[in-house]
Ligand binder design. Structure first.
Ligand code: SF4
Length: 495
């Protein structure tokens, strides 16, 4: 049976009784065991919805879970006058799309696929009849114009950045869309934030009051091209690095804090400090304004130095996410990270001295990785002692350089499934390594000494969320232990 109203968020209001856009996104892509799991707003849908509101077209957001996808449910369309249903399209969503399109057609609407990744190409979606149109590239660049044309029947051609199936069976393409700068985009609608479901669980920072997360996007794209980078988790892949004005970003942060009641803000850029001068200007702006709301951001170790860290601190930044990936130079090189262990160590020590909360992401099972390399990663993590560390299995998603090099078919991979053939360590061994790594890190004396007081304050300030996060982590560890024990049992029986 289909889902009803409570999961719908109104993004923007349109003319009374006029058709709307229903955005369908999925909350099933990071896997239930990924620790700790963030819930980030779907920027493409939310920003497109805000742009549509300016054109008098309403929109809503529906988030479906892994179990919805498994059941093949289609959204309840009777309560929504959906002229366009715009759906994120990943490899596991084809059965869902197959059921959705006839239902949408019956009610007179069109299906638009967007945000395609992991084995779903626009051409295959169209030739299989899963959607009427595909937005290629950034959603917010093409979707508002396309939806407006479909709903209001506006003249002119299909906007750039759209593919469709032509009557002769060929694929129509309106040409590359021009990427949109944040300067030209509306603010993220407060209705999306005040719903409360979007949170940075990976940042359990105490700030003296409950965390109410705001989210902003300043810069887009990335100057680097790591071989494992996927559009599934990064908004930047293959996108040109673009800077918005510091003033525009500051205005949106102010809007979310003052009008939206947000007590902490996450700047979701993949490479926030990618331009040193821009970063110093932005921090100066916040410093001069007497800005008080804490905020966090993510970047690379080699895009930070002493002066930038001092400026971030003065501007109220309280937390930093960096991709460490590995403590082995050999593995970093194989990943195309273009960073060295020495640089990670040097910057990590500085970050620690400034007292930022930290979240460092690492990977295991990378190309050519050995047990010795993993031990180097564990030692580096122990030395830098981040607030949160995340260890993912190196995964050759279909859109990664890694997949091309390994000749891996891509498809339906997830962080929770170690890929075979990337390194000599077996999937079973990688799971055990990760479990041991987590246990050793989080139950070590140095971790408890460094972070226990902060964790208790976080728990007091956010009791409900902290309890559910701890329960999720405990259940993740228990499942991993059971699975590992099960694998051991099976392999012993096989001997
Ligand atoms: S630095 Fe981050 S966003 Fe940029 S390519 Fe590497 S993983 Fe992707």
């Amino acid at each position: 049976m289909a889902r009803k109203g409570p999961n719908l968020i109104v993004i923007g209001r349109g003319r009374e009784g006029a058709p709307e856009v229903l955005f369908v996104v999925f909350d099933d892509e990071t896997g239930s065991g990924l620790h700790p799991r963030d819930r980030t707003p779907p920027f493409g849908a939310a920003l497109s919805g805000a742009a549509l509101e300016a054109a008098g077209i309403g929109s809503r957001l529906l988030e479906l879970s892994a179990s919805d996808v498994k059941r093949g449910d289609v959204p309840e369309l009777r309560g929504v006058n959906a002229g366009v249903v715009a759906v994120e399209a990943g490899a596991r969503h084809d059965a869902f799309l197959e059921r959705l399109r006839p239902a949408v057609k019956e009610s007179g609407g069109s299906v638009v696929a967007l945000g395609m990744y992991s084995g779903m190409s626009a051409d295959s979606i169209l030739t299989r009849g899963l959607a009427d149109f595909c937005v290629v590239g950034e959603t917010e660049a093409a979707l508002p114009g396309l939806a407006e044309r479909l709903i209001s029947g506006g003249g002119g051609g299909i906007p750039p950045g759209v593919k469709w199936l032509k009557p002769d069976g060929g694929i129509g393409f309106s040409g590359q869309s021009v990427p949109v700068n944040t300067d030209d985009m509306p603010f993220l609608p407060l209705s999306v934030l005040s719903d409360g479901r979007y949170r940075k669980n990976s940042f359990p920072v105490p700030i003296g009051r409950p965390l109410k997360w705001g989210f902003v996007l300043g810069n887009r794209g990335c100057r680097f091209a790591c071989r494992f980078c996927t559009a599934m988790t990064r908004q930047s892949l293959t996108k040109e690095y673009r800077l918005c004005s510091p003033e525009r970003l500051f205005e949106e942060m102010k809007h979310q804090a003052e009008r939206g009641g947000r007590t902490i803000i996450s700047v979701e850029d993949d490479l926030f400090t990618g331009d040193r001068e821009w970063t110093l200007r932005f921090c100066g702006l916040l410093g001069k304004s007497g800005w008080k709301t804490p905020w966090i951001m993510q970047t690379r170790f080699d895009c930070l130095d002493e002066e930038v860290l001092a400026a971030l601190k003065r501007a109220g930044c309280v937390g930093i996410t960096c991709g460490m990936e590995s403590g082995s130079d050999r593995v970093l090189e194989a990943l195309g990270k273009k960073e060295t262990v020495a640089r990670i160590r040097e910057t990590g020590r500085m970050i620690k001295q400034y007292g930022f909360a930290t979240r460092y992401t690492t990977m295991v099972g990378s190309p050519g990785e050995t047990e010795e390399d993993v031990m180097k990663t564990a030692a580096l993590v122990r030395e830098l002692n981040p607030t949160v560390v995340q260890m993912s299995f190196c995964t050759p998603y279909a859109d990664t350089e890694l997949a091309k090099e390994a000749g891996a078919p891509g498809g339906d991979r997830r962080f929770e499934d170690p890929a075979s053939g990337i390194c000599a360590l077996s999937a079973d061994r990688l799971k055990k390594i990760r479990l041991k790594f987590y246990a050793r890190h989080y139950f070590s004396i140095s971790y408890l000494r460094g972070h226990a007081a902060g964790a208790v304050r976080y728990l007091i300030e956010n009791p409900r969320i902290a309890a559910s996060q701890n329960a999720a982590f405990a259940s993740f560890v228990a499942r991993q232990v059971l699975r590992t024990a099960g694998l051991r049992f099976v392999s012993r029986r096989a001997e």
